[in-house]
Design a protein around this ligand. Sequence first.
Ligand code: 26W
Length: 799
Amino acid sequence: MTYQDARPATGLQDAILRHLTYTIGKDTAHATLHDWRMALSYAVRDKIVDSWFVSTRTAYEAGAKRVYYLSMEFLIGRLLGDALVNLRFDAEAKAAVEGLGLSFDAVLHDEPDAALGNGGLGRLAACFLESLSTLACPAMGYGIRYEHGLFRQSFEDGRQIEQPETWLQQRHAWEFERPEAMYRVGFGGHVADQDDRAVWTPAEAVLAEAHDTPVVGWQARWTNTLRLWGARAGDPLDLKRFNHGDYVGAAAAEMLARSISRVLYPDDTTPAGKELRLKQEYFFTAASLHDILRRFDSEHGDIRALPDKVAIQLNDTHPAIAGPELVRLLHDERGLPFDEAVDLARRTLNYTNHTLLPEALEKWPVDLMRHLLPRHMMLIDRIDADHAAHFPARPTPIVADGEVNMGTLSFVMANRVNGVSALHTELVKQTVFADLHALHPERIVNQTNGVTPRRWLHACNPRLSGIITGAIGEGWVGDLEQLSGLEPHLDDAGLQDAIAGAKRANKVDLSNWVSATHGVSLDPDAMFDVQIKRIHEYKRQHLNILEAVALWQAIRANPNAGWTPRVKIFGGKAAPGYVFAKKIIHLINDVARVLNADPVTSPFLKVVFLPNYNVTLAERLIPASDLSEQVSTAGKEASGTGNMKFALNGALTVGTLDGANVEIRDHVGAENFFLFGMTAPEVVARRAVPDHAGQAIAADPRLAAALEAIHQGAFSSDDPNRYHDITGNLRGPDYFLVCSDFTDYWRAQRAVDAAYRDGAHWTRMAALNTARSGWFSSDRTIRGYMADIWGATSLRPGA
Ligand code: 26W
C-alpha cells in the first residue's frame, strides 16, 4: 500500500498521520492497511471522547436516573463506519483516506466484526445502545468481553465447519481499559451464620476487569458507555510452581479464571447447561451490580432511593441471578431487612423475554446452583417462599423438580416484564407466564422491537438514503417516522426510477462481490430472494429449500412457461450441537450444487449459501434484497428484527402472521405484503390433527414430488440416504408444520413472481414498505422502555 500525498492535507488527514506516526509508530512508506485503519480509528475516536466526557459529566451533574442494560450478548459488528456516520464525518473521512491514496472501502473492511452475540437478542442490544445515546438517555450496557466471539463458519463439501473467532488477535481500536474498575467475584464455598447475618465465604474468586467502549449517538450529541468485563486471576502466576518447573501449573489459576470470559456460547435456543455458562452469567452480573451500586453511592446517599435513580433491564433470563445478587448486596452486605431488600430490588429490575421455545428457558439444577452460589440458592428459596406466602392459592414455584426456573425467578423479581412484539407479548401472557400473569396482571407490557436506522439504512444503503434525503430532507435519520413524508412523492416517476435504480446498483455491487469472493455469478435482474438468520427448525429454512426443489422440478417440466428469474440467497449459522440444523445447511448446499449446474433451470433459478453470516454480511445483503423470507411457524418467532431491516430497505416480505411480521403488515399495508400460512391458533389446532403432514403431502403432488426427490438422493448421489432424517421428520412428526404450510407458501411465491414481473408495481410496493416502516426504529422502542418501564428521561431537550 504506497502512500502518495497528492492533495492538500485536511484536519482529519493530519490526525490520521499523527496517529500513524505516534500511536502506531509507523511511517507512511511501511504502513499496512491495518496500520492505516487503526490510525483512522484513533483519529475518529479522539472526536468521540469529547462528546463522551460531556455526556458523562452532564449525567453526573443532572443526578439523572440511569438505565443499565445487562446482556450476555452485544452483536456490535464493525464500529468505524458507524462512528463516522454518527459523527457526520463519513464524507470527510472518505476524502481524507482517498487523499492519502488509499481505498476507503478497503480500510473500512479491514476491521473485524465484534461478534459478541448469537443473533437477534445480541443485535437488539447493540441497536438499543445506539438509540439510548441518540436519545441522550444516560445509560450503560454491561456484558462480557469474550476473547472469542461467535465461531467462524465455513463449508467443507457443504457441511458447516466451525473455527474459533479471533477479533482480539489485533488491538481493538474502540476500547479503553479501566483497571480502576476491578471487582472480585466469588464462587462456591460456604455460608455461615454470624450474629444472625449470613456470611458467604467463597472457595474461589476471579477478578472482573472493565473495558469501556464509547457508544456515540446520531450527530454525536451524546455518548454512553458499553462496559465489558474480562476475567483474570487474582494472582496470575504461581511462582513457587514455576520455580519447580511446573510451568502449566504455575499459570493454571490464570487460565482457569480467563476461561470465564474466553468464549461466547454459540447456542441461541438450547442452553448448554454447563457450569461455565452459569459462572459467566454470575460473573458479569455480579461485577455489574457492584459497579452500579458503587456509582450510586458516589452520587446518592440513601440506598432506599435506588429504584428512583437506577433502572436495570435484564436481557432475557441470562442475567436473572441479578435478583438474588442484589438482595444479597442489600440484605447481607448493607443490612437492610430481607423484605425491604426484595422490594427495592424488585422496583429496580425489569426483564425482557425473547423466546417462547420451552427448550430455550433456562433451568439450573438446584445442586449446581447450591454448589456454585450457595448463598444465592438460600435467597432464591426464601424469595420463592415469600412469593408463595403472598399467593398461597396459586403456587408458581421458582424451584421445582430439583431445578431453578430462571424465567419464574426473573418474573417474580421484576417490576415490569415485556415481550418483544404484540403477538409475542399476548402469547407470553397466555402460555409461559399465564399463572404469573394472573397473579400480577399489570406486570407484563409489550415493547415491539426496533432497529437503528443509522446502521440499517443510512450507513448500509447510501444510495437509497441519498434519494430519501433528496425528497424529504435528512430529519428521518433521527426521526424515522418522517419517512411517511415520502408517500406523497411516490407518484412522481423520477423518484420511483431512482429507487429502482438504487436497488439495481446495490444488486450489481452484491453480484460483483459474490462472484469475486465465492465464484458464483448472479444475474442482477433476477429477483434476489433472501433468508438470513440463525438456522433453526422453527425458522423453516427447510420449507424455503423445499419450495426451491419444487420450483426446479416445475421449471424442468415446462422451461418455457415464462418463469421469473430468481436467486435464493441463504445465510446463517447453526449451533454446533444442533445436528438437524446442520443437516439443513448441508441440504441447501447440496441442492444449490445440483440446481446451479442445471443448464435448463439455472437461468431461472439459482441457490447460494453464503458462509459466515454476520452483521457485516447483513449490511451488504439487505440493501440488495428484493424479497425477505420471514416464514417461521406462527407463534414461534418472538419478533424478528431482520424483517424490519428488509422492509426499511425496500424488500417485500413473504411471511407468516408471526412475531413482528403482524405489525409490519399492519404498517405497510396488506397489499404490500405476501402473507401465507396458518395463524398461531391454527398451528396449535393443526398440530392436533393426526398425520397432518401425511394429509398435506397427499393433497399436494408438488410437495410429494419435492420430498421424494430429496429422499431418493437427487441432491446427494454420493450418499442417497443422506436426508432420510429430514424427509422422515417432515413426513412424520413435522412439528413445525412445513408440509401443512407448503401449498399456501407455493401460492404466495407464485404471487411474488407475478408481482415482480411488473417492475413499476413492485417498485411502488417496495417504496411503500420503506415509507411506512419508520415505526420500526429502535428509537421508538427505547422511548417506549423509557416511558413505560424505566421512568428515564432524555438529557437533551427535544430528543
Ligand atoms: C441459553 C441459550 C439461549 C441463548 C439465546 C437461549 C435463547 C437465546 C435468545 C433469547 C434467542 C434470541 O436471540 N431470540 C430472539 O430475540 C430477538 C430479539 O428480541 C427476536 O427478535 C427473535 O424473534 C428471537 O428469536
